[in-house]
Design a protein around this ligand. Structure first.
Ligand SMILES: Cc1cc2nc3c(=O)[nH]c(=O)nc-3n(C[C@H](O)[C@H](O)[C@H](O)COP(=O)(O)OP(=O)(O)OC[C@H]3O[C@@H](n4cnc5c(N)ncnc54)[C@H](O)[C@@H]3O)c2cc1C
Length: 443
């Protein structure tokens, strides 16, 4: 973006372009999930009238080295693509750890880079627990799992937020016996409650052991396995443990203090809605700001920073319009207002929930878990937000995302053609139902 606007740009990155998003987090995890979803589809095949010739239900075995090699190769290729594109723009790339030495200077690999504007985008790292130190072999962070050469036989996932739920679902589908340890009443405690209930039901039905209200205190190696000790004294044994207990910003020791960049009490860089830090000329974007730990938000913060710094017209970031997906199976996608904000009385909205089970296309595919939910302003019917729980909900959320961004009404969605039969038919049907609510209030 900055180069397109005519700026001379240098990128300092120690791991490789694309960052952790491409190399270790988003891209690898979604690649793993593509494989695990295929496994789930195959599980359904018998119910669709498909059998192997010998009468057995199809059951594939996981070739773990091939699976992990594919994931790493895909991530590396994606990083290379980005590097080539960036280099083609004439951007200088320095592969080294960088450290701010002032508001206009960075030290990287013995070189001092000077700049009018600096953008900090150092990301975040998986949080560790004092009594659960990852060894990269049996006790793992989400970044170490791809170095395994085997599929964990009995995987204990500690933490049931987005990352924990995604990995737990994926490994259960691939054939691991998964135990998901959640310190809260339910999995995905910060997400739409109805959606979390669907996912927890699906997890249990597929044979996962989900332990609610169970805080893990320590994880230790024991022989060829691990022991996870819970706060109530219970001990769980497994072959591997995956820690997914949050992320901490990578802001220690990168010279923020020297440059006058304020950090909050948790170490995140403080930024305003155009990505400015407390130091004039220094901007920050992405996970290091803790704003919303999503690749799309990081990219938007970065673009806004550059537009602002280079004097372009710019709108402050609008986090209320961010669309996000949890890549469980089925996926949970959401945009705009949430059920929690409606329940707390912060947002006045009519809520309509359309179960997927009545959708003809879902029936054909053998899916019954999921729904489309729309939040609409009473009276006007303007769409304030929505949740889709369905296969490929990450794609199906787009009509609702457009509606939120463009202030469309449920009436307008209801009058839009959806294909018959299609899962998006549930979006237009939910909108039609929401119209019934608004009709009596529009005079
Ligand atoms: C398992 C997992 C799955 C995820 N899946 C999704 C998803 O599906 N969709 C989504 O939107 N988001 C997803 N996320 C979140 C997403 O990955 C992050 O929001 C995104 O990576 C943030 O981008 P960033 O540029 O801030 O940081 P990063 O992608 O973390 O990049 C930071 C880069 O800075 C480098 N760096 C750090 N310090 C220095 C230094 N001092 N000098 C030089 N280089 C340095 C690092 O090596 C790294 O390359 C996922 C996260 C995890 C953990």
């Amino acid at each position: 973006m900055a180069a397109q606007l005519g700026a001379e740009v240098t990128v300092v990155d120690e791991a490789g372009l694309g960052g952790a998003c491409v190399l270790t987090d988003c891209v690898p995890s979604k690649t793993l999930i593509e494989s695990s979803s295929t496994m789930t589809s195959l599980e359904r095949s018998a119910s669709l009238g498909l059998q192997l010739e010998d009468g057995k239900n199809p059951r594939l075995d996981v070739d773990a080295p091939a699976l992990y090699a594919r994931i790493k190769a895909l991530a590396a290729a994606q990083s290379n693509d980005i590097t080539e594109r960036v280099a083609a723009e004439g951007i200088q790339i320095i592969q080294a750890r960088g450290c701010l030495t002032g508001r206009h200077t960075i030290e990287a690999d013995g070189v001092t880079v000077t700049a009018d504007i600096i953008l900090i985008a150092t990301g975040a790292n998986p949080r560790e627990l004092p009594d659960a130190v990852p060894d990269g072999k049996r006790i793992l962070t989400c970044r170490q799992i791809y170095d395994l050469v085997e599929l964990p036989e009995e995987l204990i996932v500690v933490g049931s937020g987005v990352t924990g739920a995604e990995f737990a679902g994926a490994y259960q589908a691939l054939g691991s016996q998964v135990t998901l340890v959640s310190s809260r009443d339910r999995v995905l405690p910060h997400e739409d409650k109805d959606a979390a209930v669907v996912i927890e039901d699906v997890f249990r039905r597929r044979g996962m052991s989900v332990l609610g209200r169970s805080r893990a205190e320590a994880v230790h190696r024991k022989g060829e396995g691990v022991v996870v000790t819970l706060a109530d004294g219970r001990a769980l044994t497994g072959s591997h443990c995956l820690l997914t207990v949050g992320m901490v910003p990578s802001t220690a020791g990168i010279g923020c203090e020297e440059a006058g960049v304020n950090l909050d009490e948790r170490g995140f860089v403080e930024v305003d809605r155009v990505s400015r830090t407390s130091a004039p000329g220094v901007y920050a974007a992405g996970d290091c700001t803790g704003v919303m730990m999503l690749a799309s938000v990081a990219a938007m913060q970065g673009r806004i920073a550059m537009w602002h710094a280079l004097g372009e017209a710019v709108q402050p970031i609008r986090l209320s319009h961010v669309a996000a997906t949890i890549f469980t199976d089925p996926e949970i996608a959401s945009v705009g207002a949430s059920q929690a904000s409606v329940d707390r009385g912060e947002v006045a909205a009519r809520v309509v929930k359309q179960p997927l089970a009545t959708n003809p296309r879902a029936k054909m595919g053998g899916f019954r878990d999921g729904f489309v939910k729309i939040f609409a302003r009473p009276g006007t019917g303007v769409v304030l937000g929505g949740v889709v729980v369905a296969p490929r909900a990450s794609e199906l959320i787009l009509p609702l995302s457009i509606a939120v961004e463009q202030n469309l009404t449920v009436d307008q969605i209801a009058h839009t053609f959806s294909v018959y039969p299609s899962l998006t038919g549930s979006v237009t049907e939910a909108a039609r139902t929401a119209m019934e609510f608004t009709a009596d209030t529009i005079v």
